[in-house]
Design a protein around this ligand. Sequence first.
Ligand code: PLP
Length: 365
Amino acid sequence: MNFFETSISKKAISNAVKALKSGWISAGKCAEEFESRLERDLGLINPVTLNSGTSSLHLGLVVCGVGPGDEVIIPAQTFVATGLVVLMQGAKPVFADIDPRTGNISPRSIEKKITKNSKAIIPVHWGGYPCDMDDIGAIAKRHNLAVIEDAAQAVGASFKKKAIGALSRFTAFSFQAVKQLTSGDGGALCCLYKRDAVLAKKLRWFGIDRVKAKPSLLGERLYDISKTGYKYHLNDLQAAVGLGNLAGLRARLERRRRVAMRYRNAFKRISGIKPLDYKKDRESSYFLFTVLVEKRKDFICSLLRRNIPASVVHLRIDRNSVFGGVKPDLVGQEKFDCMQVSLPIHEKLSDNDVSRVIKAVKSGW
Ligand SMILES: *Cc1c(COP(=O)(O)O)cnc(C)c1O
């Protein structure tokens, strides 16, 4: 049993072969089709496909104009990419606390961290479970801050029946190898406003408008770069893989949800272990199934002895020296950080695998 799996469908493989044989593997029709399918199948708003989740987060900051001197409020409970993109813009990550019952950023803590330099908030949907987006949206509106959701773990999740990717000015997704939907590597930046999507599409390819700047008689496109662009586009080979994998996504998420349900039911009456909270107004896409446990090292060792992998996946990122060795006082974070651990949850787990995990937990640690 693996902790993570990479889901590559037969269709993804045949699509990749087709793309390779076509001789066109740069950004093109497949990437465009992937965008319209993400929009149609998942309800994402103006998805702009990019080459990673990290570049999606970064481009969101670029498009909303975050720069030197600005502050961006983020949780420490995330992958380090969430903080690095802020540094890439010469801005300062300000770490807010989380709710230890969910691992998600606490709206109350966000409010406490706001200063006159605050420019944006990056809420992270830990394990695919959506943050309190009503509260976060209201705070952002009140203080005129941009919201860039880090939905790298949350493709297919929803909040009050609305897709994650249709709520905030920006939402960044990742299609990295072990995420629920993979294109090998890749990502998408969803933009509530069309003009943001237009700018993101220009900046993902050096700042050149690929549609307007047609190749001239001279053999080169005619363009004038007015703003620093990037090489951030998703290519057609990646898009072909993403398209192939998108087809079965709903079924795969359904499987993850069923596994989660079994874990929840089974752990109800076991002391020393508590699954994260789950509210009925939102739906997780279960990138992770995180529990809070007492005596975590013993718990992990006991599972490992039975060949069951468990992982904390990410520890708080704020202690990294790149962030200046800040030591913010984050009470919820501290509690979560010493108790959190995740159990395997993916579509390749058989019913029997799930039973084995449950049995191992039940036997104690
Ligand atoms: C995976 C992940 C990222 C980075 O995505 P890449 O596609 O690997 O660049 C960022 N944030 C979180 C929370 C992630 O899980």
